[in-house]
Structures are given as C-alpha cells and as structure tokens.
Design a protein around this ligand. Structure first.
Ligand code: HEM
Ligand code: HEM
Length: 335
C-alpha cells in the first residue's frame, strides 16, 4: 500500500482495532470504490466482452464480481457467459460447463479455436476455405448442421413430430376417420412409417451432435429407453405390415394378432410419451446448470411443453380404450 490508501489503512486500523477482514474490505470499497454498491449486480449483468480478448474481459469480470456479495454461483456464471461475444458464448454453451471456472476456461479455448479458424480462412462448420461464392459441398443432412441452435433443436423436434404427433395421429385415425377400413389401414401404416423415419433422423441427430461436441453417447436412462423404444417401434411396424397388409396372415392369425397389436402399440406409444417427458426434464436440468433461472420463462416453457405432450398422449390412449359413441337420429337431445 502507498499514498492515500496507506494513510487510510493506518487511520482505519487505529480506530477499528479488532475489525474482521470482511468489514475492512467493505469499508475500503466504500472509501475507494467510487461505485454505488447497490448497483454492482446490475453492472455485472450488463458487462460485455465487446472487442476485448477473453482474458481481459475475464479479469474485469473477476474484479467486479469480487465486490458483489451474495450472488449465487450460477447467476455469476450466467452473467459471465451472457457478456461473452455471441460466437464464443454458443461454443461454451455446447459443452454445458457446470462451474464458473470451467466456463472461463472454455471461453478462452473457444476464442483461440475461433481465431485459428479465422486465420486459416475456414468456415465455422465445414472446414472449407472462405470464398464469396462459397456453397456447402460437404454432405450434410439439410438443417442438421446449419448452426448450433438448430443442431440442438433437431432431436426433440423430430422425436416429437415423429413418435408423438404423427404416431398419435396414426393411432387416432383408426377410430377418427369416416372412410373404409382399407383406406384407414393405409393411412395408419403410412403415418407410422413417416413417424419411424422422423424418429431415426432425430436419434441420428442426437448422436451426431454428441460426437461432434465430444460428449459421451448412451449414458442416460433417457437414451437407453430411446434405443429400446425405436427398436420396438420398428418391430411393431414390420409385424403389422406383414400380418395385416402384405403378404397378410391367415384370418385366424389376424384375429389372434389384433389385441396383441393394439396392446403392444399402445405400450410403445406410452413409453415414447414418458421418454419425451424424461428428455424435457434432462434438457431443463442442463439449461439450469448452465445458468437459466429455475422459475424463469424458459423453464416454464419446457415444463409446459412436457405437460402438453403428456395430455396429448392421454387422449390418444383414451381414444383407443373407449369405443366411439354412435348417435342415432332418435337419441338427440339438446344438452
Ligand atoms: C420418444 C422420443 C425420444 C426418443 C426415442 C429419444 C431418444 C434419445 C436417444 C437414443 C438419445 C441418445 C443419443 C446419444 O447417446 O448420443 C437421446 C439424447 C437426448 N435426448 Fe432424446 N429422445 C426422445 C425425445 C426427446 C425429447 C422430447 C427431448 C426434449 C428436449 C429429448 C432430449 C434429449 C437430450 C437432451 C439428449 C442428450 C442427453 C442424453 O443422451 O441423454 N429427447 N434421446
Ligand atoms: C409402430 C407402428 C404401429 C403402432 C404403434 C400401431 C398401433 C396401433 C394401435 C394402438 C391400434 C389400435 C387403434 C384403435 O383401436 O383405435 C392399431 C390398430 C391397427 N393397426 Fe396398427 N400400429 C402400427 C403399425 C401398423 C401397421 C404397419 C399395420 C399394417 C397395416 C397396422 C395395422 C393395424 C390394424 C389392421 C389395426 C386395426 C385393428 C382392429 O381391427 O381393431 N398397424 N394399431
């Protein structure tokens, strides 16, 4: 210490003989901080990396964060990541850091990686040289690679459209549509086939995303159930096709098979609904670990999606369990 700080320190220790370290730093901040302490949280939240390099931004962030008291670590981590430049923030998010230190280390590594790519004139996702007329020539599954946000979204969107919406509609269509059994069978079969294709692409996207980000595969209950469900769905489809459509089993085999087909079909569909709820839960846990608020709008949105999925599933199952009520001309009554 020197100059004004030294004089202040000597004066402070004379009148506060048994002061704690915490009291002393707080008094020092009041004397030399020049910043309204109430406002520090807000300043931290607004801090931006801008044009500076990650380590300078980190240094400034740490200086300010040192003076903020009582802010939980996940909020500090969120502030730090939100202040990073977008391209770095997205890289860091992909690795789902669980501590602030991890997020800081990842930010430095990502910035380095991005700089290397720029220096080599490479595209972000495709390892090809930059040119104004550039087109992606690598084989890519349409939007699977477009940007990180889309990449993360493909899996849940494809699984929900496939196994839940199309699979559910295929089941409902048996009772819901007014056409002949032959037409309904065809619609049922085709919708389930499209659902299966969506499911395969959705799971492929999840594996691809994991492999590219260096995340392990098949470590969760959700993923194990997922593999089971897609296998059962495939078996159910092939069995249904062979017995009810082409070449078609004998009438006795068909009659025997119907209740099993319905039971097994419902079981696979309900497992898919349950597994989607697990997927939402897992996704939300990752998001919360990377800093989103437990009661924030994003958390609400994810939980709300899960509830809608479950409600839809319940109605599909009810449509199978109950016979459609047939009204005749004479039983009409105004409600
Ligand atoms: C029936 C529908 C679903 C099936 C069959 C399914 C299947 C799978 C499979 C097999 C994996 C493992 C990928 C790997 O290990 O590389 C996976 C991962 C994942 N899924 Fe799903 N999924 C479904 C729906 C959803 C939904 C609706 C979400 C909601 C966000 C979701 C979120 C995730 C997440 C976050 C991962 C990565 C973490 C992990 O491997 O557990 N899934 N899914
Ligand atoms: C994974 C795919 C499939 C699932 C999950 C599934 C599920 C179901 C369910 C839940 C029902 C009961 C509908 C109701 O009673 O309201 C049903 C009926 C039926 N399914 Fe499938 N199905 C699948 C594939 C197929 C295929 C490929 C065929 C081949 C044509 C087929 C033929 C039938 C027939 C003929 C019925 C009517 C049974 C009856 O007479 O009540 N299904 N299916």
């Amino acid at each position: 210490m020197e100059g004004a700080t030294l004089t202040w320190y000597q004066w402070y220790s004379r009148i506060h003989l048994y002061s704690t370290w915490k009291d002393m730093t707080s008094a020092m901040l009041n004397r030399f901080g020049h910043v309204d302490l109430e406002n520090l949280d807000g300043l931290l939240a607004k801090m931006k990396q801008g044009a500076s390099i990650v380590s300078s931004y980190q240094e400034e962030f740490e200086k300010l964060a040192n003076r903020v008291e009582g802010l939980p670590v996940h909020a500090l981590m969120r502030n730090f990541m939100q202040g990073l430049r977008d391209e770095i923030d997205q890289e860091v998010l992909m690795f789902r850091p669980s501590t602030l230190q991890e997020a800081m280390d990842l930010a430095r590594i990502s910035a380095e990686e991005i700089r290397n790519r720029h220096e080599k004139g490479l595209y972000f996702n495709c390892d090809e040289k930059f040119a104004p007329e550039h087109k992606y020539t690598q084989m890519q599954i349409f939007i699977l690679d477009d940007d990180d946000q889309t990449k993360i979204l493909i899996h849940p969107v494809f699984m929900l459209i496939g196994f839940i919406i199309l699979g559910g509609e295929a089941i409902i269509s048996y009772k819901g549509l007014p056409w002949s059994k032959k037409v309904k069978k065809l619609i049922h079969l085709i919708l389930h086939a499209i659902a299966l294709i969506f499911g395969i692409v959705g799971i492929y996207a999840a594996f691809k995303n994991h492999n590219e980000s260096g995340i392990a595969n098949l470590y969760s209950l959700h993923s194990w159930m997922g593999i089971g469900i897609i296998s059962l769905y495939g078996i159910q489809w092939i069995y249904g096709f062979v017995v009810f459509f082409y070449p078609g089993g004998s009438p006795a085999i068909r009659t025997e098979s119907v209740p099993w087909h319905v039971l097994f079909g419902l079981l696979v569909f309900m497992l898919a609904v349950g597994n989607s709820a697990l997927g939402f839960l897992e996704k939300l846990t990752f998001l919360e670990n990377s800093g989103i608020s437990k009661f924030g709008t994003e958390a609400f949105l994810v939980n709300f999606n899960a509830i809608v999925t479950i409600l839809f599933g319940v109605f599909v199952v009810l449509s199978v369990i109950f016979q459609a009520r047939v009204e005749d001309d004479f039983s009409y009554s105004s409600i």
